[in-house]
Design a protein around this ligand. Structure first.
Ligand SMILES: Cc1cc2nc3c(=O)[nH]c(=O)nc-3n(C[C@H](O)[C@H](O)[C@H](O)COP(=O)(O)O)c2cc1C
Length: 369
């Protein structure tokens, strides 16, 4: 699975893997793909340094990248306390009532809630970048918009390619105008924050809109056949996030989450604002149902919603309260039916890709295997 872009980056397969787990990122690069570590949870620079050191020691010299979250709308100059003060009491009561209804225990005295608003702030992403530029990363991706001009310039000075996710051709053109190198066209099917256009429609639109920039197709790709379809649509590679969540190398927060992922079908996700205030695809649970119910209080905008539910989600995870327990994941969850190593996933992807290419060759009347 070689394209211009995979050759530029020196990887065997044009398969890019987004993951919050260092062990998965390193395994993706070792298997011949391109591992991208999600940095949003690293609010302490020392933790990111520790994990990048670990990747360096385990990646066998293969290339890898980092994904940061620099929201297009800045929340600078606003403290966490300021944001807390904006949360209406009715919403807080709704959280308390829902947790009480399911008997979710409290955290122990002084136990951290796990999620901080600071992970979404530009200054925190900049601290992450100060750390990351000390490592030989080859790619910097941004989730929620184009990175600022000085960050793009700094990356280019260090021979780091810059990618940005886009859910529409309009956003993709904005990224191109900002000077980025790669657009990740992420369709509606994807896990995490998504737009409203499906990958099948979005990929060729973005390819045409930003040509000759390379485009990676993301959302709903979990097999080599789907990867072949994305390349047929003009993508120079595929960008996968969900499929790695049930890999043996993944450090998923609770065993019950893995069980739910393995049991879920492709219709068991929902695009809901319950997690962060922006639409994000995730497992449908009684928690997302409660937020999306017509008689509920409705969700708050980002970053208020994330702060409102942070402690609740930590409690739900810690005590594995199954009806409420979820995770971001895409519709491809229906194909995630067993735990496998990252290498086994790659073997399957390359086998499926070859089968698809042979099939198309036969249909086109060329010699296939
Ligand atoms: C658990 C999870 C967390 C994610 N977090 C981020 C993130 O922090 N930054 C980002 O750019 N994309 C994030 N994404 C989206 C992925 O980068 C990717 O675009 C998406 O997973 C591709 O679609 P798929 O889920 O169908 O493979 C996340 C996806 C998942 C499943």
């Amino acid at each position: 699975m070689q394209t211009e872009l995979s050759k530029t980056l020196g990887v065997e397969h044009a398969v890019f893997g987004f993951t919050p787990f260092p062990a998965v990122a390193a395994a993706i690069s070792r298997a011949g793909g391109f591992g991208v570590l999600g940095a949003v949870r690293y609010t302490a620079p020392g933790d990111l340094k520790r994990d990048l050191d670990w990747i360096e020691a385990h990646v066998d010299g293969k290339p890898y990248g980092l994904d940061v979250v620099m929201p297009a709308k800045k929340v600078e100059g606003v403290s966490e306390a300021d944001v807390e003060a904006m949360i209406p009491e009715g919403h807080r009561q709704f959280v308390r009532d829902t947790l009480a209804k399911y008997g979710v225990p409290e955290l122990a005295e002084g136990e951290a809630s796990g999620w901080r608003i600071t992970g979404w702030m530009e200054q925190v992403a900049r601290t992450q970048l100060d750390v990351a530029f000390g490592y030989p990363i080859r790619l910097l991706a941004n989730a929620l918009g184009s990175p600022p001009a000085d960050v793009i310039a700094r990356a280019h000075d260090q021979n780091v390619l810059v990618a940005a996710l886009a859910g529409s051709a309009r956003h993709a053109v904005k990224h191109k105008d900002a000077g980025i190198d790669i657009v990740v066209a992420q369709g509606y099917e994807a896990g995490g924050h998504t737009g409203e256009i499906a990958t099948m429609v979005l990929t060729p639109e973005v390819v045409d809109a930003v040509a000759p920039l390379p485009v990676l197709a993301a959302g709903g790709i979990g097999s080599g056949q789907q990867a072949a379809a994305a390349l047929a649509l003009g993508a120079q590679g595929v960008w996968l996030g969900s499929l790695w969540l049930t890999c043996t190398e993944a450090d998923v927060s609770a065993p019950a989450v893995t069980r739910k992922l393995l049991a879920a079908g492709s219709g068991d996700t929902v695009r809901s604002r319950a997690l962060t205030g922006k639409p994000a695809r995730q497992l449908r649970t009684e928690w997302t149902d409660a937020w999306d119910a017509p008689d509920g209080p409705g969700t708050l905008p980002m970053p208020l919603q994330g702060l409102l539910v942070a402690e609740a989600l930590t409690r739900i995870q810690k005590y594995e309260v199954e009806p409420l327990l979820g995770t971001p994941v895409g519709q491809i969850v229906g194909r995630m039916t067993g735990e496998r190593s990252v290498q086994a996933v790659f073997d399957d992807l390359t086998r499926g890709f070859e089968q698809a290419v042979d099939r198309i060759n036969r249909i086109a009347g060329r010699s296939g295997k």
